[in-house]
Design a protein around this ligand. Structure first.
Ligand SMILES: NC(=O)c1ccc[n+]([C@@H]2O[C@H](COP(=O)([O-])OP(=O)(O)OC[C@H]3O[C@@H](n4cnc5c(N)ncnc54)[C@H](OP(=O)(O)O)[C@@H]3O)[C@@H](O)[C@H]2O)c1
Length: 316
């Protein structure tokens, strides 16, 4: 059951957020959709934001737009990082470690969704699993020490789609060679991100680390997600749905991730997002989390597999 009481009838809104002048936030996919709106909110509170984006051109356009709104002194920049390439993630992490002295939160926001046909990343992973899960698993690991030194957090932006697939990992065919399905395969990639977060919480607790890990989702928000990767029919359906009250603005979709990056006193074993109809829209708070998302045998096995596939040992 969603908890609609913690932040009052309007739920969490950026009005709760005080000045962020000494804070640095990193966000993947900050040039569009909910990530762009989260960047806007944080910049508006005086934070420094470094976007980790795959396109230099779209990043420059986003920076220009944000500087137009907040002035040339706004502390917003980008590092090129393609989550679909482990090499690109490693190069970007090196650059970040050289140039960004503190990380108050790493917001794992970028994603692709509903890719109509099976595609593989340069590393041979199914494209949504590779981009959404393995890319974020690696960048979180490579930046972990800096996050820990900064007493920071990791925020995983998930999706209610985690419930709309097979509700576990298809370990015998993680790339869905035999039964690729645009929705179920997307669902697996978002569930994998959540399982990573919940397993990381357990490992951090065992290691007595102060790093906090939160999981949220934007509900159903008017962004470019489906237009970027979905097929024509999915795009038409989402366009029609977007006109209904069951879809909210990208700005509202950004509230849960900004909240998880900044608010004190949140629960870690939770899923934050809109708490209104279907938990797609409405006041932001703690939503419903299905236990299969933190099934221990599955999260542990996925962790081992992810370390092997990314070639990164977390030492946790
Ligand atoms: N919108 C919804 O209703 C909804 C519902 C549930 C969950 N979500 C989740 O919300 C998050 C934000 O999505 P959104 O709706 O704001 O989508 P969006 O408007 O499409 O933005 C996605 C961002 O991710 C970036 N990205 C995609 N592939 C990347 C890669 N290989 N490397 C680096 N960045 C990459 C995109 O960059 P480009 O501009 O270069 O494409 C873009 O900046 C995602 O995690 C998504 O799964 C959204």
């Amino acid at each position: 059951m969603a908890d609609t009481t913690t932040f009052g009838p309007h739920g969490w809104t950026p009005e709760r957020l005080g000045p962020q002048n000494d804070k640095t936030y990193l966000i993947t996919g900050g040039n569009a959709g909910a990530g762009f709106e989260a960047t806007r909110i944080l910049l508006g509170k005086g934070a420094k934001v470094v976007m980790l984006n795959r396109s230099a051109e779209r990043s420059e356009a986003a920076v220009a737009k944000l500087k137009e709104e907040f002035g040339t002194g706004a502390d917003v920049s980008f590092v090129r990082m393609d989550l679909a390439s482990l090499d690109s993630v490693r190069t970007a992490a090196d650059e970040i470690l050289e140039t960004v002295p503190r990380i108050d939160a790493l917001i794992c926001n970028a994603a692709i969704a509903q890719v109509p046909e099976q595609k593989l990343t340069v590393d041979g992973f199914e494209s949504m699993l590779g981009t959404n899960h393995y890319g974020h698993f690696l960048v979180s690991g490579l930046l972990f020490e800096r996050i820990e030194e900064s007493n920071g957090r990791i925020v995983v932006v998930a999706s209610l789609g985690y419930k709309m697939g097979i509700r576990t990992m298809q370990f015998d065919d993680m790339n869905w060679d035999a039964n690729y399905h645009q929705n179920k395969t997307y669902a697996q990639s978002k569930l994998a991100q959540m399982m990573f977060a919940y397993e990381l919480q357990d490992r951090l607790a065992a290691a007595n680390s102060d790093v906090e890990v939160y999981v949220c989702h934007p509900g159903s928000s008017r962004t470019s997600l489906i237009t970027t990767s979905g097929n024509l029919m999915t795009r038409i359906m989402f366009k029609l749905m977007s006109m209904s009250p069951m879809v909210q603005s990208a700005e509202k979709g950004a509230y849960p991730e900004v909240m998880c990056a900044t608010e004190d006193g949140l629960e870690q074993r939770a899923l934050y997002g809109p708490t209104g109809r279907n938990e797609w829209v409405g006041p932001v708070g703690k939503g419903t989390l299905e236990p299969f998302a933190y099934d221990k045998a599955t999260t542990e096995r996925l962790w081992e597999l992810s370390e092997k596939e990314t070639g990164f040992d977390w030492k946790l």
